[in-house]
Write a protein that binds this ligand. Structure first.
Ligand SMILES: Cc1cc2nc3c(=O)[nH]c(=O)nc-3n(C[C@H](O)[C@H](O)[C@H](O)COP(=O)(O)OP(=O)(O)OC[C@H]3O[C@@H](n4cnc5c(N)ncnc54)[C@H](O)[C@@H]3O)c2cc1C
Length: 537
């Protein structure tokens, strides 16, 4: 539905009167503030409204609903690789909730925190540090500036013990399109204290309806935090030969089955992916296909000491539990893994200090590796940082910003995430890796492959299609590559757990019945075209 210019002007005026002129952008202001994306697409905005209190959301929706003005809520708007702050449809009023920054309550005994949309990973880290509360922030690779609430709503995942972020959400509240409030049956009938502690509540489980959907604007979530364990370690290992992938997947599956509460997660990364985190992109060594030829990858692997596959496993537990887990992991990977080592935060600090003493090229490459390892350990210990963000800048020829927080969309990085689920079988991992290699090369994209365990049966594979955003040809190729991965992967039995705004139409075509069901839910709630139209429906 498109809103006439006269109605839009009146609407913006009313919103300014109601919420203050500073809180409202017209279309062009909104476009310049929120329009930057790491993808190739563009969505036209009607304007933007910044709110800082939950009560204002009800007022705003009650004003917008009768006019049929659609809103698109964002919490931090850093959905990089999936559309950033862009809605899936043109003509939305962007509802920016990043100013809602209250930590509404915290139970220090039970480790449950309730937060508003604008509370970021860093906000929670500061809060926990100040109170010396021994709990972990549910961090992601997207870094300190990202909201906890929206990552959970997108069903994102991270590296700490409760890695599935929506699984940690016990309770939520939302404002429905007509301005009324949604609360769970347990919260309403049994009290909010109990609701914060038990995710299933009573009666039909409805919280999940507010994830990856546009059924309401979520104003608070309660999250169960993992307690800081006595020890945190990572186990690093390599596979000397590509042919070891299948038995390594079987070994990883066995470890996930045997040590489910000690292992946070296991990542298997191919050489390209580790290079993207370790070495600057060698633009001068590009081959005729627009990607690095195999001999260059092999030479870089030699130079940076990166074997065909690298494993990264996070471990949490008491000293005795970690000791046992180390033994178990060594046994499971015997004959498969090379360079297997366990690194604690203390060991990582020692390595970083040692690397500082080494001279020359060898010293500088070791310093970089030790620095990344140290930061990765901080991340897995629940301390948010930007260690994963440089990946988005790999094929961006402009210098990375210094002294300010990284923001790939603002900095002109090109990135689309293809994030399909892959069954945890060696044969599937092999078919998938070959398919990704073939398809990415066809479109001039580097095949950066990670398999991350989501449980003992399935990986999520994250494939970042990185490119120079200012090169229109590269942006179009990345988009075409994404589409080929989505459709080709589906034929082979692989499909994403989450997609970007530009893939919503493709999703609708592939799942018409499921989308029709979503649409019926939306219609029942009165949200048909009103909240995040076109998202997953
Ligand atoms: C290098 C790199 C590494 C990354 N690593 C990870 C990772 O480890 N794990 C991961 O999950 N992601 C990762 N990402 C992807 C992404 O950046 C994060 O998932 C990020 O947290 C999502 O953006 P956001 O939280 O700012 O969400 P927002 O952009 O604020 O919101 C995302 C969507 O959620 C919905 N939404 C937001 N707020 C509300 C609300 N209050 N009510 C209703 N709906 C709402 C909207 O539809 C919105 O479009 C990574 C990105 C990069 C570039």
């Amino acid at each position: 539905m498109s809103i006439s210019p006269a109605i839009t002007a009146d609407l913006l005026l009313s919103l300014r009167r109601q919420f203050g002129a500073d809180c409202v952008d017209d279309a062009s202001q909104a476009q310049s503030r929120y329009g930057a994306d790491t993808g190739a697409g563009r969505t036209d905005l009607l304007g933007a409204l910044r709110l800082s209190q939950a009560a204002q959301i009800s007022t705003a929706l009650a004003m917008l609903n009768p006019l049929g003005v659609p809103v698109h809520p964002i919490s931090s708007g850093h959905n990089w690789g999936y559309g950033t702050a862009r809605p899936a449809s043109d003509g939305c009023l962007l509802l920016d909730l990043s100013g809602m920054k209250r930590i509404l309550d915290f139970d220090a005994e039970l480790g449950v925190v309730s937060v508003e949309p604008g509370v970021t990973q860093q906000d929670l880290a500061d809060f926990l540090d100040q109170g010396r509360h021994p709990f972990l922030v549910p961090v992601t690779g997207a870094g300190p500036s990202c909201s906890l609430l929206s990552n959970a709503l997108e069903r994102g995942y991270g590296v700490t013990p409760i890695s599935d972020h929506f699984a940690a959400v016990t309770d939520l509240e939302a404002v429905l399109p007509d301005g009324s409030l949604y609360r769970s049956m347990l919260a309403e009938a049994g009290g909010s204290d109990l609701a914060r502690l038990y995710r299933w509540g009573i009666g039909a489980y409805t919280h999940g309806l507010f994830t990856q959907s546009g059924l309401g604007v979520v104003t608070r979530v309660s999250i169960l935090l993992a307690r800081r364990p006595e020890g945190t370690e990572v186990c690093l290992f390599s596979l000397r030969d590509d042919s070891l992938l299948e038995p390594a997947v079987a070994a990883v599956r066995g470890l996930m089955q045997r040590l489910p509460s000690t292992i946070g997660g296991i990542n298997l990364m191919n050489r390209h992916r580790v290079l993207a985190m370790s070495a600057p992109y060698p633009f001068e060594r590009l081959g005729p296909q627009g990607v690095l030829p195999p001999e260059v990858i092999a030479a870089l692997g030699q130079e940076y000491q990166i074997l065909p596959w690298t494993g990264f496993c996070t471990l949490y537990g008491s000293t005795a539990v970690l000791r046992g887990a180390r033994e178990e992991i060594r046994r499971a990977l015997r004959g498969l893994a090379s360079r297997l080592m366990f690194v604690s935060p203390r060991r990582a600090d020692q390595l970083a200090r040692l690397a500082k003493l080494l001279p020359g090229r060898m010293g500088s490459s070791l310093r970089r590796a030790a620095g990344t390892l140290r930061q990765s350990l901080q991340l897995v210990a629940g301390r948010p940082n930007e260690t994963a963000l440089p990946l988005a800048y790999w094929r961006n020829p402009r210098p990375q910003p210094e002294g300010v927080a990284r923001n790939p969309a603002r900095d002109g990085c090109g990135l689309l995430w293809y994030a399909p689920l892959v069954p945890m079988r060696g044969s599937d991992a092999r078919r998938f890796a070959e398919f990704v290699f073939r398809t990415t090369q066809q479109y001039g994209m580097e095949p950066l492959i990670t398999f991350t365990t989501l449980n003992q049966a399935v990986f999520d594979s994250t494939i970042p299609l990185v490119f120079d955003r200012q090169d229109d040809g590269a942006a179009a190729r990345a988009q075409a590559c994404y589409e080929a991965l989505l459709s080709g992967g589906r034929e082979l039995g692989f499909f994403p757990y989450r997609v970007g705004v530009d893939a919503m139409a493709q999703l609708r075509d592939l799942a018409p019945q499921a989308c029709a069901f979503q649409q019926r839910l939306r219609a029942g709630i009165g949200a048909e075209h009103l909240i995040a139209p076109g998202r997953y429906s």
